[in-house]
Design a protein around this ligand. Structure first.
Ligand code: HEC
Length: 233
């Protein structure tokens, strides 16, 4: 009798546990659905001191090691203005955007007259694949790679790539209507200093920040533009 009672009791517990799970489950589901219907707030409410708290949290999360110093957390004026504009949900004024782009145009160093802007796409592909350089564990004099695959799709054969930037597959094919010299100059300059075309670009300034050399950038231009490179084949 005692055993029967115990079994009945545990069956009851199991059913009520299951019922509780069901109730909790549907409450959770309706909360999720409600959140989807209402949608997330457009911007987080900001409070005085938020910027300092974010800065403090960032510097507490990183340790300066080797060549990777905490100065990398410092934004320049344009980056700060872009971040503030995004947080406030108010785009920068046209004048400000043009001023930032003009300043960055002036930082581009073009190859000497007569040097073709297209280098060797095979070398460009190696540079695009390589994430070496600029990390605390890298020797400072090791030539850096571009790590382009971290943010872009560049070859149909590579299935591991980031999507922070747009796919660059068929880059030249899709821009066939653009005058060729203009396309070459845009591509070189866009890699050398993306802020020269897009004030609040999220892409690293490979040339202006001394990450890649002019010749490495010419090899990447070839990767993007040569008809027989994996991008355009
Ligand atoms: C941290 C991410 C990131 C890395 C790394 C990166 N890019 Fe980008 N790239 C972007 C983003 C984001 C855009 C689009 C808008 C922007 O600039 O913010 C972009 C845009 C571009 C464009 C312009 C495309 C167009 O339609 O006009 C080119 C060309 C380009 N990237 C080439 C490269 C190359 C070559 C490399 C490697 C040397 C590289 N990117 C590395 C994020 C990145």
């Amino acid at each position: 009798m005692r055993r029967l009672l115990a079994r009945a009791l545990s069956a009851l517990q199991r059913t009520s546990a299951r019922a509780l799970c069901l109730v909790l489950g549907s409450v959770a589901l309706s909360l999720v659905l409600a959140a989807c219907v209402v949608g997330p707030p457009q911007t987080m409410p900001r409070e005085p001191g938020d910027a300092q708290r974010v800065r403090a949290a960032l510097s507490a999360s990183f340790v300066a090691r080797g060549q990777a110093g905490l100065d990398r957390l410092e934004q320049d004026l344009a980056q700060r203005l872009c971040s503030e504009a995004e947080a406030a949900g108010k785009p920068l004024s046209d004048d400000r955007v043009q001023a930032i782009e003009r300043e960055n145009q002036a930082l581009i160093r073009w190859p000497a007259a007569g040097t073709p802007l297209l280098g060797d796409w095979r070398s460009g592909e190696r540079i695009a694949q390589s994430g070496v350089g600029r990390q605390w564990s890298d020797a400072p004099d090791v030539p850096a790679g571009g790590n382009c695959y971290a943010c872009h799709q560049l070859s149909p054969d590579e299935f591991s790539y980031g999507t922070l930037g747009p796919s660059l597959l068929r880059y030249a094919v899709l821009r066939a209507q653009m005058p060729r010299t203009e396309l070459e100059r845009y591509t070189y300059g866009r890699i050398y200093n993306p802020q020269a075309w897009l004030a609040c670009s999220n892409m690293p300034r490979f040339g202006s920040h001394g990450i890649l050399t002019q010749d490495q950038i010419r090899d990447l231009v070839a990767l993007l533009l040569a008809p027989d490179s994996p991008i355009n084949r």
